[in-house]
Design a protein around this ligand. Structure first.
Ligand code: ASP
Length: 312
């Protein structure tokens, strides 16, 4: 069986304020999104697996300091980095994740190593860090992950909290995440997500990204999903699994299920969005906020990148 390969990615969603977006910055985002999509798409085009494609795509985004994962991860309220990552195969629901780690240059590779070598699904804290060292993953100093922009966001958020000034609604500065979903020529789906979480989160806080069924999901019968947004709400609504369930049990299309669920969580404070692909290669990219950094391949194989509407 040979299916047309499809890939979609996100680099975070939120109230991405146009007044804070310079032409230069916007061009840099589009270039970063395109480069990451090309990294994964080259693998799919050569007959590689969806799992390898989402891994390569997320690795590229983790290395790009514009996005909140790996290099450029946001800070906890203690001024540290705690990263979460997950990967899932639609073939057999194999999955692996790490939470609260700082060390591996590519947290998605740590998630993949958990999936492929441990028999467990999710490792956290010191045990996860030890596992990553023993797995021989490339490590980076804390200075690799640090960027002045994220430090400034932490300081601004801490100052805002201290002074009681209401939030300015620019949640793109507060959070973000990266993720990818793919369908390979063999008809298999996969998803991967990686994040620094939310700026000034409590140390120890874990978001939706490494929680299967919330921020990450893949099942060849239905769809692959990677989400981004206010993680607590995505967990409470089991967003990714809810979409899977509506497709599998209620016969809904990916577009209907994904758009409805993303719209339904908005009133609960679930600002965000997701990228999803179904088993036929249909793509859904819903978000309930002003923008979502995203890229995807169209039915003609052409690469599209967008931040706000599909043309911008
Ligand atoms: N969902 C991530 C988290 O809650 C953050 C984000 O995607 O913006 O950790």
């Amino acid at each position: 069986m040979s299916t047309m390969p499809v890939l979609a990615l996100h680099g975070g969603a939120g109230t991405i304020r146009r007044d804070l977006m310079t032409a230069e910055r916007k061009a840099a985002y589009h270039a970063g999104l395109r480069a990451a999509l090309e990294a994964g798409h080259a693998i799919l085009r050569d007959g590689g697996t969806a799992l390898d494609a989402v891994t390569a795509t997320v690795m590229a985004l983790e290395d790009d300091p514009l996005f909140n994962a790996g290099r450029g991860a946001v800070y906890t309220s203690d001024g540290t980095h705690e990263m979460d990552a997950a990967i899932m195969s639609g073939t057999d629901r194999a999955c692996g994740a790490v939470a609260g780690i700082c060390g591996p240059r590519h947290p998605v590779l740590a998630a993949r190593a958990v999936m492929e070598t441990t028999g467990h699904v999710l490792l956290t804290g010191e045990g996860a860090r030890r596992f990553c060292r023993e797995a021989g993953l490339e490590h980076a100093d804390p200075s690799w992950f640090a960027t002045p922009e994220r430090r400034a966001s932490l300081e601004a958020e801490m100052a805002r909290r201290a002074s009681g000034i209401p939030d300015d609604g620019d949640d793109a500065r507060r959070h973000g995440t990266v993720g990818a979903v793919a369908l390979d020529i063999h008809g298999h789906l996969a998803a991967a997500t990686s994040t620094g979480g939310m700026t000034a989160k409590k140390p120890g806080r874990v978001g939706d990204s490494p929680i299967f069924g919330a921020g990450t999901w893949a099942d060849d019968r239905t769809c692959a999903i990677s989400a981004t947004g206010h993680g607590e709400i995505f967990i409470r609504h089991a967003v990714a699994h809810e979409i899977d369930a509506r497709m599998r049990l209620a016969g809904q299309s990916l577009a209907t299920a994904a758009h409805d669920v993303v719209a339904e969580i908005a009133p609960f404070g679930g600002s965000g969005g997701l990228v999803a692909i179904d088993a036929k290669g249909n793509v859904a990219l819903p978000f309930n906020c002003s923008g979502m950094y995203r890229a995807w391949t169209g039915p003609d194989g052409r690469i599209h990148t967008a931040i706000y509407s599909d043309e911008d």
